[in-house]
Write a protein that binds this ligand. Sequence first.
Ligand code: HAM
Length: 411
Amino acid sequence: MEKLQPVRGTKDLFGEDYDKHEVIISIAKRIASLYGYQGISTPIFEFSNIFKRSLGESSDVVGKEMYSFFDKGNEEITLRPEFTASICRAYISNGFQQLLPLKLFTHGPLFRYERPQKGRQRQFHQLNYEFLGPGNPAIDAEMIAMAACLLSKLGILEKTSLELNSLGCSETRKSYQKSLTEYLKDFAHDLSDDSKVRLTKNPLRILDSKNSNDRKIIANAPKISDYFSNEADDFFKSLQEYLTLMGIKFNLNSSLVRGLDYYNHTSFEFVTDALGAQGTVLGGGRYNGLIKLLGGDSTEGIGFAAGIERLSMLYDDMPSKIRSCAVIASTPNQRIKSMEIANELRKNDIAIYFDAGAKFDKALKNAIKENCRFAIFVGEEELKDGSVKLKDLDSRIEEVIKIDNLSQRVS
Ligand code: HAM
């Protein structure tokens, strides 16, 4: 029979991978509460238009990566490829205006039909933070500081660097796109095949190209900062001042356009060269027009998301696991009593390894394999006066101890 495989680009999370994933989420939740972000959970699918309108028809995500289908009611649905659009939709649907400024944290699985490779999956997971409310460079600085704090708490900040750019206001972006296209048209024949396609669909993305010939062409391309309004220029300068005062190092990168259409003003990424081609660990930016575009008010926003799989590959600071305590019946006659003791200890928050079906030798072997700290042997002799035998599996020292004193002794 054919071997059952998971769908390409998806993975089962198990063992250390699962544990890392959970620890990363718990650290992210801690950061959220330190910065006053409250949790939100949005549906895993939305009407396709939410993403089409938000991310832009010309973005790679909408153009080729969405998992979309018609449901039985003939509605076009998409498995979420990111969180920001869903959160803005939730803001509008729930009338969250009264709650502004709103700081929201979420995490969970996302879906993009990309070519799988190291650090790139079709089902992946993100940690995501959004700030909704009037924009101000100090808010952008704090958002970036929170991202740095998250990476620092995970012990991976040193493995990354911060790339920073501003895309100016939406008008800037449009007029810059026009000039960039005009400039690139002169080199249309020399561009890589991917960039040739992007020239008509999404020229800003050509700035992201890794192709060496494309890079040479881009080096002389017009810069977006030449198109900034005074306001956008001041905003960006002020953000840089805040970051410098906060001691956050950054590299200005005028090619950092990010792949989604909703961005304007601040855009940033924490990148690493420790992960090969998929070096962006965390990315985000400001999206001032998005809520309005989706039919809401003119509330502004900024946020970022970090890929849990990519964080996980860099993270090697796992806290040591709580070692449990094994309860082992000497013969099947002591099984019920053993279960009782195990349950009593669990009530006192002691992690118990109990192998209900195994015989003595097998249960002890499994307890050692599980790296248990103690083994409690429940035997006929000791039970007569309400005791059990306790073995320290590290020092191998044994003692006979009253059941009533067990909990205090092993906790
Ligand atoms: P993004 O750059 O598309 O931004 O994704 C953010 C992060 O998700 C990436 O830096 C990467 O770590 C991870 N990621 C993306 N695609 C994959 C994949 N196929 N496999 C594994 N990891 C992946 C956004 O999603 C924006 N919504 C971020 C944001 C929030 N902007 C404002 N608020």
